[in-house]
Design a binder for this molecule. Structure first.
Ligand SMILES: Nc1ncnc2c1ncn2[C@@H]1O[C@H](COP(=O)(O)OP(=O)(O)OP(=O)(O)O)[C@@H](O)[C@H]1O
Ligand SMILES: [Zn+2]
Length: 732
């Protein structure tokens, strides 16, 4: 009887063998018994001969698989190779890697079929009197929706409760059906829907370079200042790729994926674009996944996990805003979608474009080392000028709503000219702390030991580390004084203060409290560009890739905290943020300026950015990393641990260190820690980390691999919640 090896979604670093009636294709899913459960796994090997135990040569008794879910491989050889690479590189159990790779419906064992369950109107449901006769408003709306045509059950469920659907079914107004989706069509024979602008000289050079080497793995860093027309370069280089019937996969940051982005591609080519992001229904996600796998769509745009999308005939991979941190998964399989894109493009033998105005030092280093082809765009497209950066010394200046008087005058003059002004403050809520005026004690979240943020609109305190929320206390928990006062300024308070300073100016606040839900953000962005507001206040949601043609002034309040962070990447992140924010101003025909309000006007980072720009800063920062032997001039991994008992975590990490200590010399590796994470306590658990570092990536990985089993068998490993993160980017 054939034996098959299955990657089962359990946290164990091995595959499991099962017997099977027939050979099952590698890359197909099977349902297998595991303990008392049945799990969906992926076949990684299949062989005809039975397994023999080494001692007495009798066949080992294997459990039989329960069900074969796919008759042919669900994943092709490049994705199988990618899964294996992921498991090795991130030292992660192969079964869990596969579970991460699959859309959740497939993970749960759904059979792949072009038909899916749905709802449609019954004959009675079509009768106009039916709607009028319904009392429930929701029921009426549901009927109206289905009146436009049958819809997948998941789509209906996403909008209406099960009770509404059942009520309509009981009344005989709707009935179950199967829905088949027609393929999206013949996408490779398109005619351009708009005449592309004539490429600038720099764009032309980049486009020609990329077009010159199709159908092979060439990594490009498209390093172009904000508004330099990187997207236009993508549009022009994918045209010949699509015409050859080859698909293009485009990764964008979480917040960057708006209908505007998708619309630019749809408008140019007039073909359907497959969109993949985390807020879609499982059904919609699986549908796009299948279309891409069958080759029914030519362009797929998605966030981080879209890098796992199967492609029938891949032609190019693009990672836009490649520096963005949302490409790194921060739990489970902690992969970096940008790094994976490099690996995947290599496996698929297709060109890869990493685009950014503020490239990560990792990618920049690769470009300067000539591992990537470095393409630069130093001028803004369409004649727009660069935004001028300036600092405003706020020491000893009276502040109104947190803004220095001098800046208020500058804002006023921009507003008077009818332009838009963007005010950035990376702190949501009304105030970041509430203090007792009598004894100075702050009101803290007990489980994180950090001050609560006051949210005035809700009249509540919220912990920004764990999400805990409570009513505003009436007295100090320590001295019982009733004199509690807020301290510091958040976006809510800023909005209120600006309202008083500029009572006649329409204002909008964009932060995760004000724009809950994707549509709300998109609507606000549209309204901004329709000039409904003149003052835009917000957090970093505002910094990401948006095109605001009417903004001429960007004001950055309070970036001082980031100047003195313990995270060695803090300077890089701040420089990227400032440069991206500056990039929101002056994108059209009006020149833009940016003011940084700071108590540290002479800080070398700010001075370097102002005088020399991001690209100079980045090269300088790379030099510093080299001297300090920090990534990307070395490789890091971090063991993190958390538990209610701090000493348990520290002991565990000490023992991890001992496990590895023996071979530290061999690997020329070093340790940092154990030391507290930047957020030392969260939800009652103490958090520590142990950083391991080697000059050579390969040395780090063999060092890690060598003793991972020893770590797993430490008794404390079962008590402490721990994880291993390769190439960590965040030490919070
Ligand atoms: N060659 C060109 N001629 C005229 N206009 C252009 C050209 N290329 C791009 N543009 C226009 O310039 C603006 C900025 O271009 P685009 O959005 O492609 O820049 P970007 O580099 O992707 O920006 P960001 O880094 O801020 O995301 C857009 O309105 C675009 O239509
Ligand atoms: Zn908390």
């Amino acid at each position: 009887m054939p034996i098959i090896d299955v990657a089962v979604p359990v946290p164990l670093r091995q595959t499991f063998s099962y017997s099977s009636e027939q050979l099952v294709a590698v890359g197909a899913r099977v349902k297998v018994p595991f303990g008392r459960r049945q799990l969906v796994g992926v076949v990684v090997a299949s062989r005809a001969e039975p397994e023999h135990s080494s001692e007495n040569d009798t066949p080992v008794k294997l459990k039989a698989i329960a069900e074969v879910l796919d008759n042919s491989p669900l994943f092709n050889t490049t994705l199988i190779a990618l899964a294996q690479w992921l498991s090795g590189y991130y030292h992660h159990p192969i079964g869990e890697v596969w579970a991460t790779l699959m859309p959740s419906k497939l993970r749960k064992g759904a059979l792949l079929s072009d038909a899916q369950p749905g709802w449609m109107l019954s004959e009675e449901g079509h009768d106009p009197k039916a709607i009028a006769g319904l009392r429930g408003k929701k029921q009426q709306q549901c009927l109206e929706l289905l009146n436009q045509g049958p819809l997948a059950s998941d789509e209906v469920k996403a909008q209406f409760s099960a009770a509404v659907i059942k009520a309509l079914e009981d009344k005989g107004l709707i009935e179950a059906t199967l829905i088949t989706h027609p393929p999206a069509g013949d996408w490779q024979h398109f005619t351009l829907q708009q005449t592309p602008p004539t490429a600038s000289t720099e764009q032309g050079v980049a486009i020609a370079a990329i077009n010159q080497q199709p159908g092979q793995f060439v990594p490009y860093l498209l390093d172009g200042v904000t508004g330099s027309g990187k997207t236009e370069v993508y549009l022009q280089v994918i045209e010949p790729v699509l015409r050859q019937g080859r698909q293009v996969l485009i990764l964008v940051p979480e917040i960057g994926l708006t209908p505007q982005t998708v619309g630019r591609f749809e408008r140019r080519f007039g073909i359907a674009v497959g969109v993949l992001h985390s807020q879609m229904t499982d059904t919609a996600r699986l549908q796009v996944w299948q279309q891409a796998r069958r080759g029914d769509i030519g362009i797929i745009i998605g966030t981080r996990s879209a890098i796992f999308t199967p492609l029938k005939s891949p032609g190019m991979i693009i990672v836009d805003e490649e520096h963005d941190e949302s490409f790194k998964q921060q739990d489970g399989l902690r992969y970096h979608a940008r790094d994976l894109a490099v690996k995947r493009a290599h496996n698929e033998q297709v060109p890869l474009i990493l685009g950014s105005a503020t490239p990560s030092l990792e990618s920049l280093n690769n470009a300067l080392n000539k591992r990537y082809t470095h393409l630069t765009l130093q001028h803004r497209a369409g004649g727009a000028s660069h935004t001028q950066l300036k600092v405003l010394d706020s020491r000893d200046q009276p502040l109104h709503a947190g803004i220095a008087q001098g800046l208020i005058s500058i804002m006023r003059s921009h507003l008077q000219q009818g332009n838009q002004v963007l005010v950035f403050l990376n702190r949501r809520g009304f105030a970041p702390a509430v203090l007792c005026h009598h004894c100075g004690q702050s009101v803290d979240c007990a489980s994180c030991e950090r001050p609560f943020t006051y949210h005035k609109s809700q009249g509540r305190l919220q912990c920004h580390h764990c999400g805990a929320s409570r009513r505003m206390p009436t007295q100090c928990g320590s001295c019982h004084s009733a004199d509690l006062q807020t301290s510091g300024i958040g976006t809510e308070q800023l909005e209120q203060g600006l309202g008083k300073l500029f009572p006649d100016i329409a204002q909008v606040r964009i932060d995760s409290d004000a724009v809950k839900g994707k549509d709300k953000l998109i609507n606000r962005l549209d309204e901004i560009n329709a000039r409904k507001y003149q003052l835009l206040v917000g957090t970093q949601i505002l910094s990401k890739g948006h095109h605001f043609p009417h903004v001429t002034l960007v004001v950055v309040l309070d970036c001082d905290g980031a100047l003195f962070s313990a995270d060695f990447r803090a300077a890089e992140k701040l420089a990227q943020l400032i440069t991206q924010l500056a990039g929101r101003a002056g994108r059209a025909n009006k020149p833009g300026e940016m003011w940084l309000q700071t108590d540290n006007p002479g800080h070398p980072l700010l001075q370097d950015l102002i005088n020399n720009g991001f690209s100079h800063f980045a090269r300088q920062a790379l030099q510093e990393r080299k001297l300090a032997q920090l990534p990307p001039l070395s490789s890091q991994a971090v063991f993190r641990g958390e538990a209610n008992d701090a000493s348990q975590v520290i002991n565990f990490l000490q023992q991890v260190k001992q496990c590895y200590g023996v071979s530290a010399d061999v690997a020329h590796g070093s340790f940092i820690g154990p030391l507290p994470c930047l957020i030392e306590k969260r939800q009652g658990r103490f958090r520590f980390m142990l950083i391991m570092q080697c000059q050579q990536r390969a040395a780090l990985h063999s060092w890690l691999k060598h003793h991972l089993k020893d770590v797993e068998s430490l008794p404390l490993a079962a008590k402490v919640r721990w994880s291993l993160d390769i190439d960590p980017v965040d030490f919070s």
